[in-house]
Design a protein around this ligand. Structure first.
Ligand code: SAM
Ligand code: SF4
Length: 321
């Protein structure tokens, strides 16, 4: 079992399988995109599976496939099938922007994906096109419905809080959780990828709005989560808030991250990384690769210092969010 020096059990691995993306969300990428790694520097599926095998042998139980946009990597359904065959993974999930999900939700479910988080920051078509810099809202909405129908349960919607939230938009999302069996989570934007913190919007106003709903209560489902989740009588779904800045949850952090190019990070904001790709390609055996995981856990920082002005200088799309 992996335990860090302050006693946190580390059992959650976020795996970025590509640095490519079909959107250009304003808080994640510049309009022209980021400099991409050559394909030869991206871990192939065999290398990714080997990393997961080693991590699971050390006690990792939750694996999230992310990116970039994971659905645009060719062969992703087959990769999920091979991942799901690894004994010991109890929670296999994916974070996606939802484009193309309508076509692959059922194959992904059949391949063993348990559940999915879909990013959606607005349900206004014009504003979506401004934020994602692509006019693809309808694809995302059909992806959400397809995920629900395919049984990728629970479907969670990630809403990054941005300046310029339209009047009524929060209520539109609340309406979505009322109608559909999904969890809508409002997330504070983080200063990642050299983006200064001026884009930060505190979740306090949203929390006040949620707490004003009749009969609202904090929901506990037993699954460790960065979100505070609220149940509301008469709602098919739930609402949640993730406040990495205003109420930081580092003390409960159980995560490791592997970027598409094989760098292991013990924190989203880590400057130091462990080069798993080099280790794999130098022919290190599983015990030696395991030692690298243990080194990352042994140096896991106790918490981030975002309010003190530090930020991650690697693009979020490469780290995987
Ligand atoms: N492309 C997929 C997607 O958008 O869901 C997966 C990768 S994306 C980097 C993972 C998550 O990070 C998304 O939910 C996205 O909204 C979130 N994200 C990206 N940049 C962020 C930032 N600066 N602050 C907070 N969340 C961010
Ligand atoms: Fe792409 Fe996801 Fe970043 Fe948006 S948040 S640009 S969908 S990687």
């Amino acid at each position: 079992m992996l335990r860090d020096p302050v006693g946190r059990r580390v059992d959650y691995l976020r795996l970025s399988i590509t640095d490519r993306c079909n959107l250009r969300c304003v808080y994640c990428m510049p309009p022209e995109g980021i400099p991409l790694k050559p394909f030869g520097e991206i871990l192939d599926y065999g290398e990714l599976l080997r990393c997961v095998h080693v991590a699971v042998s050390l006690g990792v139980r939750k694996v999230r496939v992310t990116g970039g946009e994971p659905l645009i990597r060719r062969g992703v359904v087959e990769f999920v099938r091979r991942l799901s065959a690894i004994p010991g993974i109890r929670d296999l999930c994916m974070t996606t922007n939802g484009i193309g999900l309508a076509e692959v939700a059922v194959p992904l479910r059949r391949a063993g994906l348990g559940r999915v988080n879909i990013s959606l920051d607005t349900i206004s078509r014009d504003r979506y096109a401004e934020i994602a810099r692509r006019d693809r809202l309808s694809d995302v909405l059909s992806g959400i419905d397809a995920a629900v129908s395919a049984g990728l349960h629970p479907v969670k919607i990630n809403v990054v809080l941005l300046h310029g939230l339209l009047p009524g938009e929060v209520d539109d999302f609340i309406g979505m959780a009322r109608e559909k069996p999904i969890e809508v989570r409002f997330i504070e934007r983080m200063p990642v990828g050299c983006i200064p913190s001026e884009g930060y919007v505190s979740s306090d106003r949203i929390r006040d709005r949620i707490l004003s709903l009749p009969g609202v209560r904090v929901a506990v489902d037993g699954m460790p989560s960065a979100a505070v989740t609220y149940g509301i009588p008469g709602f098919a779904g739930t609402l949640g808030i993730i406040s990495p800045i205003s109420r930081k949850f580092c003390s409960d952090c159980n995560r490791l991250r592997i970027s598409a190019d094989g760098l292991l990070r013990n924190c989203l904001f880590a400057k130091e990384t462990v080069d798993l790709r080099a280790a794999l390609r130098e022919g290190k055996n599983d015990r030696e690769v395991a030692a690298l995981f243990m080194r990352a856990v042994a140096t896991k920082p106790e918490g981030h210092d975002l309010c003190g002005g530090s930020y991650a200088d690697e693009p979020m799309s490469r780290i995987g969010g």
